[in-house]
Design a protein around this ligand. Structure first.
Ligand SMILES: NC(=O)C1=CN([C@@H]2O[C@H](COP(=O)(O)OP(=O)(O)OC[C@H]3O[C@@H](n4cnc5c(N)ncnc54)[C@H](OP(=O)(O)O)[C@@H]3O)[C@@H](O)[C@H]2O)C=CC1
Ligand SMILES: CC(C)CCC[C@@H](C)[C@H]1CC=C2C3=C(CC[C@@]21C)[C@@]1(C)CC[C@H](O)C[C@@H]1CC3
Length: 418
C-alpha cells in the first residue's frame, strides 16, 4: 500500500522486525521494572525475583479502575476550555482545533482525589495494585491500538500519517496509520499524550508517598524530592499544553501501539520507578545533598523551560520583543531558524535540560543501585533517537538552511560533547 505521498516513507525503528521486538520488549521491561523495584536486591540487570502468574496480573477490579480513570480524564477533557488552539496546517490545508484545559484537568483531579482521600478512599493501597493495573493498562492499550488500526481502514487517505502506512501489518500497527484519529472533536492522540498517563504518573507517586508515610510515620526527604520534581514536570507540561501541538508525535507520528502503550502504560508505571524504588528501599538524604539535587533540577528546568519557551514564542510571533533581537537564518519555507540564544548553543537545548532533570530525579535514590537510573538511561536513548528523527525531518523541510544551521551550531544536545 502506498504512503499518502505516493512514495513510501523510509521505515523507522528497525522496520517490522524492530517494531515487533519493541512491542514485546517494552511491556516485558515495564513488568521487569515493577517486579525488581519491590525486590530486596533491586537489580536492574539481574533476572526478576519471580515470574508472576496470571492470577497476580489479571484483576477485573484493576481493569475497572483503569477504565474509570480513562473515563474521568475524558470527562475532564470535554469540560469547557479556557482556550481552543489551532494545530499545524494539515495536508488538506485545514487545521484541527484542540481544547487547552489540561492544567484544569490536573487541578480538578487533585480536588477529586483530595475529597476522596478525606472521605476514606484508600489511596495508599494503590502501590499494592501496580502489577494488575499495569497489566490492565497494557491490555487496554493493545485493544485500543487494534481499534485504531481498524478505524484507519475506513479513514480517507488524507488522514493517514506519513509513516505507519507501509503495508506491513505489524509495523503499521506499532507506528499507527491515522495521524489524528478523532470521534467528533475528541482527539484520541492529543488526549492520551498529556492526560491519563501524565496525571496517572503523579497520582501513583502520591500513593507511594502516602504508603511510605503509613509505613514509616512520614515520607522521606528523598520521596518528597522525587514527588516534587516530577509534579513540577507534569504541571509544566499541562500548563504549556499548547506546545505539544508542534511535537513530532502530534504532527508526524500516527497513533498506534507505540504511543498508546507509551502514553497509557509506559509513562505512569515506569516513570514512577524512582518513587517505587524509594518505598521499598528507603534512602537517607541530608539537607545539604538535597539542596544540591534541587539546584541540579532547577538548572535543568531553567534550560528546558527557557529553550522551549524561546522557540514557542519565536514560532508564534518572531517579532515578539523577547525574541526579536535573536539572530536567525532564513529558510526556503519562509520560516526562520534561531541561531542564537538557547538554540545557538546546541541544536536541542530543551533535551539537555530534560536530561539534567532526569539525573536530578534519580540522585535522591542514592548511587548504590542502577535501577533508579533506568529512566536516565532509557531517556538518553529515546532523546538521541528522537533527535536523529527530528534532524532528518528538518533536513527534509529546510534543506540547505538546515545544513547551514548545523554548521553554525555543530553540537546536537551537549555542548562540545555530542
Ligand atoms: N519525558 C519524555 O518522555 C519526553 C519529553 N520530551 C520533551 O518534550 C519537548 C518537545 O520535544 P520534541 O517535540 O521532541 O522537539 P522540539 O520541541 O525540540 O521540537 C523540534 C522542532 O523545533 C523546531 N526547531 C528546531 N530547531 C530550531 C531552531 N533553531 N529555531 C526554531 N525552531 C527550531 C523544528 O520544527 P519547526 O521548524 O517546524 O518549528 C523541529 O522539528 C522537549 O522539551 C523534550 O525534552 C520529548 C519526548 C519524550
Ligand atoms: C517507549 C516507547 C518507545 C516510546 C514511548 C514514547 C512516549 C512515552 C513519549 C513520546 C513523546 C512523549 C512526550 C511526553 C511524554 C512521553 C511521550 C508520550 C511529554 C508530554 C512529557 C512532558 C513534556 O513537557 C512534553 C512531552 C511531549 C512528548
Amino acid at each position: 500500500m502506498a504512503s499518502p505521498q505516493g512514495s513510501r516513507a523510509p521505515l523507522e525503528f528497525g522496520g517490522p522486525l524492530g517494531a515487533a521486538a519493541l512491542m514485546l520488549l517494552l511491556p516485558v521491561t515495564m513488568f521487569h521494572l515493577l517486579l525488581v523495584a519491590r525486590s530486596g536486591p533491586a537489580r536492574l540487570l539481574g533476572p526478576p525475583p519471580y515470574l508472576p502468574g496470571l492470577e497476580e496480573l489479571w484483576s477485573p477490579w484493576a481493569l475497572l479502575l483503569c477504565l474509570t480513570w480513562l473515563g474521568l480524564q475524558a470527562a475532564l477533557y470535554l469540560l469547557p476550555a479556557r482556550k481552543v488552539a489551532e494545530g499545524q496546517e494539515l495536508k488538506d490545508k485545514s487545521r484541527l482545533r484542540y481544547p487547552i484545559n489540561g492544567f484544569q484537568a490536573l487541578m480538578l483531579t487533585a480536588l477529586l482525589v483530595g475529597l476522596g482521600v478525606s472521605a476514606g478512599l484508600p489511596l495508599s493501597a494503590l502501590p499494592e495494585m501496580l502489577l494488575p493495573l499495569a497489566f490492565a493498562a497494557t491490555l487496554t492499550a493493545f485493544i485500543f491500538s487494534l481499534l485504531l488500526y481498524l478505524k484507519a481502514l475506513v479513514a480517507p487517505a488524507s488522514a493517514r500519517a506519513p509513516g505507519g502506512n507501509s503495508g506491513n501489518l505489524i509495523y503499521d500497527f506499532f507506528l499507527g496509520r491515522e495521524l489524528n484519529p478523532r470521534i467528533c472533536s475528541f482527539d484520541f492522540k492529543y488526549f492520551c499524550e498529556l492526560r491519563p498517563g501524565l496525571i496517572g504518573w503523579v497520582l501513583i507517586n502520591l500513593a507511594l508517598l502516602m504508603q511510605e508515610a503509613e509505613l514509616r510515620g512520614s515520607p522521606s526527604l528523598a520521596m518528597w524530592l522525587v514527588n516534587g520534581f516530577q509534579l513540577l514536570y507534569v504541571g509544566d507540561a499541562l500548563w504549556y499544553e499548547e506546545a505539544v501541538l508542534t511535537t513530532m508525535d502530534i504532527i508526524h507520528d500516527g497513533f498506534g501501539f507505540m504511543l498508546a502503550f507509551g502514553d497509557l502504560a509506559w509513562v505512569p508505571f515506569t516513570y514512577s520507578l524512582q518513587a517505587q524504588f524509594l518505598l521499598y528501599h528507603p534512602q537517607p538524604l541530608g539537607w545539604p545533598l538535597a539542596s544540591f539535587i534541587c539546584l541540579i533540577n532547577a538548572v535543568g528546568y531553567y534550560i528546558f523551560r527557557g529553550a522551549n519557551s524561546q522557540k514557542n514564542t519565536f514560532r508564534k510571533n518572531p517579532s515578539d520583543p523577547r525574541v526579536a533581537d535573536l539572530e536567525t537564518i532564513s529558510t526556503a519555507t519562509g520560516r526562520r531558524l534561531l541561531v542564537s540564544g538557547w538554540w545557538g548553543m546546541v541544536r536541542h537545548p530543551n533535551y539537555l535540560g530534560d536530561l539534567i532533570m532526569a539525573l536530578a530525579w534519580s540522585l535522591p535514590c542514592g548511587v548504590f543501585h542502577l535501577l533508579p537510573y533506568f529512566y536516565l538511561l532509557y531517556f538518553t536513548a529515546l532523546l538521541v533517537h528522537r533527535e536523529d528523527r527530528d534532524e532528518r525531518q528538518c533536513l527534509q523541510k529546510y534543506g540547505l538552511a538546515w545544513h547551514e544551521y548545523c554548521r553554525r551550531v555543530p553540537y546536537r544536545i551537549v555542548p562540545y560533547v555530542y
